[in-house]
Ligand binder design. Structure first.
Ligand SMILES: *Cc1c(COP(=O)(O)O)cnc(C)c1O
Length: 436
């Protein structure tokens, strides 16, 4: 297959990503392979910024890198002027090692360890989102030891249930994250923070969940944050300079998903927040959003090689591929749904109803239940769409299956970003130590 850039030489029956043919990518880098179309990532970021400008809001956009965190992705975020939202020292270390500006990093986590907070302090990151009372005391102590100050937000659990999947909805009251709004924990936290002058309380944070398709839940959360801000100003003499409404903006995985266009959604969220603050006699603080999925999910496609087939008469046909839950655990975890095509014959009219299985030793290792797909033969390439978020970052070595390679494509060119794990990599952490 000729290399891309020369689309006319390629059969129109083949899936192209960023101007590169999938068969070329599979040949060059092997399968399974996660392919990112870089221009899609940059376009999403552009749409976010455009929406903020449209409603003339003072904003700060952070990329929640837990969705997909590599050095190259951090570089793109930096080039685009984004902040980076990290949730562990591992993510922070990755970002810092690429030269990402620490001043534009914020750190989350409901149980940040002493080591993680120390790294955050010594690197002088821009913001820590403080989650609980233990953290206030620990951070206060570490700041005193270091003789340093840091900006913080308080993570509020606003009690908003956005009717999303239980495992990924974090805003309702029964949540492990943040200070509970209803029982007055936020005010208690403000009092506790005031005893630590090295913590500069800049504002509030509320993340209501994931895969959210409209602005309603954000509007409810923003109103509660506005009311809270008013109370904090009156009773505690605390000004809210920043309102961080988290991430969670949804994307279209299949036709069942009907998110609003990104720009419209962002605009509605900001307008709702502005209305909430103005109705309480305040002006809109700086609005921060920290999306992960909506930046990278649609940019990613996973290419698998088709192998075995099992037909159970009158019941189901399983098509097995050379990856599965080890590179994409989202069906197993959340019941996530995906669309896919046979990439080398994507326009073929004749289709059959099949289910796509992975190769791991686990019945739950499925990628798609019931999809109308071009008739798959061993050696065909299967492309599963929208695998850019929470796939590689949740990948495992279950069954000692090496994690796949990741490439980025742009204008007909490809670039290896993460090499495929080798069997030697799988052994690289093992030691021969004796008991002692
Ligand atoms: C997961 C998470 C995000 C990103 O969520 P997406 O659904 O990927 O946009 C942002 N902020 C916080 C606090 C999160 O936990």
């Amino acid at each position: 297959m000729p290399k891309s850039g020369n689309d006319t030489l390629l059969s129109t029956n083949e899936l192209m990503i960023g101007g590169v043919s999938t068969s070329f990518l599979a040949e060059k880098y092997g399968t399974p392979l996660i392919v990112y179309d870089e221009s899609t990532i940059r376009k999403q970021i552009h749409d976010y910024k455009q929406a903020f400008r449209e409603v003339q809001a003072d904003f700060r956009l952070a990329y929640a890198c837990k969705a997909f965190c590599t050095a190259y992705m951090c570089q793109i975020a930096q080039e685009e002027g984004l902040w980076l939202d990290v949730v562990s020292a591992g993510e922070l270390f990755t970002a810092l090692s690429t030269g990402f500006s620490p001043k534009q990093i914020l750190m989350h986590g409901n149980n940040k360890t002493k080591d993680e907070l120390e790294l955050a302090i010594t690197s002088q990151i821009g913001l820590i989102v403080v989650d609980n009372f233990h953290e206030i005391e620990l951070l206060g102590e570490l700041l005193n030891q270091a003789g340093q100050s840091i900006d913080i937000l308080l993570r509020v659990s606003p009690g908003v249930d956005v009717h999303t999947h239980d495992f990924i909805s974090t805003g309702q009251q029964d949540s492990k994250f943040g200070f509970d709004l209803y029982s007055g924990q936020v005010e208690e936290a403000v009092v506790a923070v005031k005893k630590h002058p090295r913590m500069r309380l800049m504002g509030l944070h509320a993340h209501i969940g994931s895969q959210i398709f409209d602005a309603e839940g954000f509007a409810v959360a923003a109103k509660r944050m506005a009311d809270l801000s008013k109370k904090l100003e009156r009773e505690y003499d605390v000004l809210t300079h920043i309102l961080n409404l988290g991430g969670g903006l949804g994307i279209r995985y299949t036709e069942e998903d009907t998110p609003m266009p990104l720009e419209t959604l962002v605009e509605e969220v900001v307008l709702a927040a502005r209305k909430a603050y103005e109705s309480d006699g305040m002006s809109l603080p700086l609005i921060m959003l920290e999306p992960g999925r909506s930046i990278v999910a649609e940019a990613g496609t996973t290419i698998y090689r088709v192998g075995s087939r099992k037909e159970i008469p009158g019941l189901r046909t399983y098509i097995a591929v050379d990856g599965g839950m080890t590179d994409n655990p989202r069906l197993a975890l959340y019941g996530a749904k995906y669309e896919a095509v046979i990439a080398n014959r994507m326009n073929e009219k004749q289709k059959e109803l099949v289910s796509i299985a992975g190769k791991a030793c686990e019945s739950g290792d499925m990628l798609i239940w019931d999809i109308e797909l071009q008739k798959a033969k061993p050696g065909d390439l299967l492309a599963v769409f929208c695998t850019g978020a929470y796939n590689y970052s949740m990948a495992s070595n279950y069954n000692r299956i090496p994690r796949p390679a990741v490439v980025f494509v742009k204008e007909g060119k490809s670039r290896l970003v993460l090499r495929r794990e080798t069997y030697e990599d799988l052994l690289s952490l093992e030691t021969n130590d004796d008991f002692s």
